[in-house]
Write a new protein. Structure first.
Length: 638
């Protein structure tokens, strides 16, 4: 402490001297790039030492205490542990809100699930840090008192059940460790499966603290339970795969059947499960088609990168081969289940008259949907549409250009150049020049239309579905939970004198589950009946439309190569380089002038950082006649 104090006092005394000033300037240059900026650098130098002395003083006083003050230390540790647990419980009240994918709260504030997960990650780290300190302080206190094992194994009737708290903390620590970025990225399945321990974490937390303390965080958990049950009900339905196309860049295009009353927009995404590959794995994919492309279908693009996507491509290739070799024989089937669609309630890409869309690789998928959406709207002469669109696409190899074949701009909106100014800049980073056989790189490898449509489209239960039914689904289970708790207190807890904290906590959780399953299940059942009635009223129209849709998709597959050529004609392709965003944004400033520019990005974190930094830089040094850049990220990262 004396060393730190002398350093601090000497620095303040010598600060006016020129050599010390020069060293301080170098320190600012090295450290001001952090998130805290220059404020953090100055705070660390001038305020940090005295705070370090204060921390060391606490340690010194604890160590130097005599045996007469051990009881006071014990009480201080227990009190600190209690406070950390209470603050952690307050954080837990918010922890489950961002991951309720179809939650009315997320729809209210128009924050899509892929953005809300970031708040869940931050809250998760904070919550588990506090709960770990909570348990650690109690363990130290029990060890000082010589009753460590006895306290850990204790299961009290009145008060907290320590053993249940230990089980809950262990489950939470396993989730926390496997969710750290290095582990999650290298072993995603381990992270996914371990995260299912949230059930153990919540149940044993209720056993640990009892009903009245658990009720402090129960609201967010209850909304998550409602959302999880609804997603479970939606995912039980299998969905028709209308067509599947294998593109030469190792990408699959799937066209899925959907009901006409399902609402989504061009920036939506879905979770896809294929039971033939795995009953547990769900993978998110951006929708690559506009809702205006067709009333009864939507498309997704799937990049073949891992084991699951490789198996999916193999299954589709085998199906196509079987169909070609034995056209009149029964074939192996592909069963898809879908959750969603999720995303913004409103298509915010239509808020801007000028758009810059920056994509990396398969990140072009949502922008194809945006492009199609704008062209359809322009054909219908809708107002308030983007007029200037610049697409910047960075790809590794030129065979990825085949992704552009999924949009035929001329067929959507003839003479679109008179209504919308579209510019596409493509950067092929790992090729120094065009391939010798450039004319053949864009041909599809294989494709197939699945001719049998059973009428199994996406369910409208989750995502941007019916607001009235969504409201009923939330209100009725909440009222049911209150009813169950009242009946339980009147006819069981009070008459029989139930007093054990852990048991009342368990009954509290059971009432939550029962209200979700019984009352929520009843709403889901009536919701399904309503959906079926709507579909039956349009049955004839649906059948005719779906037959025409299959024919249209079949014909469009034959025209993919020609549509690719027409779209490539509007593109500027550069080989062996990456986009220079400083030059690109500077050029936009000169050409577009003082306008609002919406910048939407879908790509890896490094690309996000580069574009966000340049947007910030342009806005800071902009002049009165320069544009204002509004950065939006559409990247999904669990």
């Amino acid at each position: 402490m004396w060393v730190v104090f002398i350093f601090w006092a000497t620095l303040i005394f010598l600060f006016p001297a020129e050599p010390v000033n020069e060293l301080f300037e170098k320190w600012l240059q090295l450290s001001s790039g952090t998130v805290f900026g220059i404020t953090g650098s100055i705070f660390l130098v001038f305020s940090g030492p005295i705070l370090i002395i204060a921390f060391l003083a606490i340690v010194y006083l604890v160590i130097s205490d005599s045996g007469e003050e051990e009881l006071q230390d014990y009480l201080m540790l227990e009190l600190s542990g209690l406070r950390f647990g209470l603050i952690g419980l307050f954080c837990l009240a918010f922890l489950f809100l961002p991951i309720a994918r179809g939650s009315v709260l997320l729809r209210l504030v128009d924050i899509p699930f892929e953005h809300a997960t970031r708040y869940h990650v931050w809250l998760g780290h904070l919550t588990m840090f506090l709960f770990t300190l909570h348990g650690l302080f109690y363990v130290i206190a029990w060890a000082m008192d010589g009753r460590l094992l006895q306290e850990i194994l204790e299961w009290k009737e009145i008060g907290v059940a320590n053993l249940a708290g230990v089980v809950s903390l262990i489950a939470g620590l396993l989730m926390w460790v496997t969710s750290l970025s290095p582990v999650r990225k290298q072993y995603f399945e381990l992270f996914f499966y371990t995260h299912q321990l949230y059930v153990v974490f919540v149940v044993f937390l209720a056993l640990h603290v009892g009903d009245f303390i658990f009720s402090m965080a129960a609201g967010g958990i209850f909304l998550f339970m409602l959302d999880r049950f609804l997603r479970f009900c939606q995912s039980r339905r299998t969905v028709d795969i209308i067509s599947a196309t294998c593109l030469p860049c190792g990408t699959l295009e799937l066209v899925l059947s959907k009901p006409g009353n399902l609402r989504y927009n061009a920036l939506s995404f879905i979770f896809l499960q294929v039971k033939e590959l795995s009953w547990l794995q769900w993978h998110p994919f951006s929708v690559s088609s506009s809702p205006l492309d067709g009333k009864y279908h939507l498309s997704i693009l799937i990049k073949v990168l891992g084991e699951w996507t490789e198996k999916l491509r193999g299954n589709i290739s085998n199906f196509c081969k079987e169909k070609q070799d034995l056209p009149f024989q029964p074939h192996s089937k592909i069963t898809a289940s879908v959750e969603g669609p999720y995303g913004h309630e409103s298509p915010y890409h239509l808020m801007y008259e000028n758009l810059v869309l920056v994509a990396g690789g398969i990140g072009i998928s949502p922008f194809l949907a945006i492009l199609s959406d704008i062209l359809h709207s322009a054909r219908e002469n809708k107002t308030c549409l983007p007029r200037n669109i610049l697409i910047i696409w960075a790809i590794k190899k030129s065979n990825e250009l085949s992704l552009l074949s999924t949009v035929d701009m001329e067929s959507i909106c003839p003479s679109f150049s008179d209504k919308v100014n579209i510019e596409i800049q493509i950067y092929v980073t790992r090729e120094s020049e065009p391939p010798l056989e450039e004319g053949t790189i864009n041909k599809t490898v294989n494709s197939s239309v699945f001719p049998v449509l059973s009428g199994r489209g996406l369910s409208v239960l989750v995502g941007t579905g019916n607001s009235i039914w969504s409201g009923i689904y939330v209100i009725l289970p909440v009222l049911g939970f209150v009813l169950f708790m009242d009946l339980l207190n009147i006819y069981y807890i009070n008459p029989f004198g139930i007093y054990a904290w852990w048991y009342k906590g368990l009954l509290f959780v059971l009432c939550m589950v029962a209200s979700v399953v019984i009352f929520g299940g009843a709403v889901v059942g009536f919701w399904h009946l309503w959906e079926r009635r709507i579909s039956e009223s349009e049955e004839f129209e649906d059948k005719q439309m779906k037959i025409g849709m299959v024919q249209h998709i079949n014909g469009s597959m034959e025209d993919k190569e020609s549509s690719q050529e027409s779209l490539a004609g509007t593109s500027a392709i550069q080989y062996g380089c990456r986009p220079d965003f400083k030059e690109i944004f500077g050029s936009i400033s000169e050409r577009w002038g003082h306008v609002d520019v919406g910048v939407i990005l879908c790509g890896p974190p490094t690309l996000q950082a580069s574009v966000a930094k340049e947007c910030r830089s342009q806005n800071i040094r902009r002049r009165c006649h320069d544009p204002i850049f509004h950065f939006n990220s559409h990247s999904f990262d669990l």
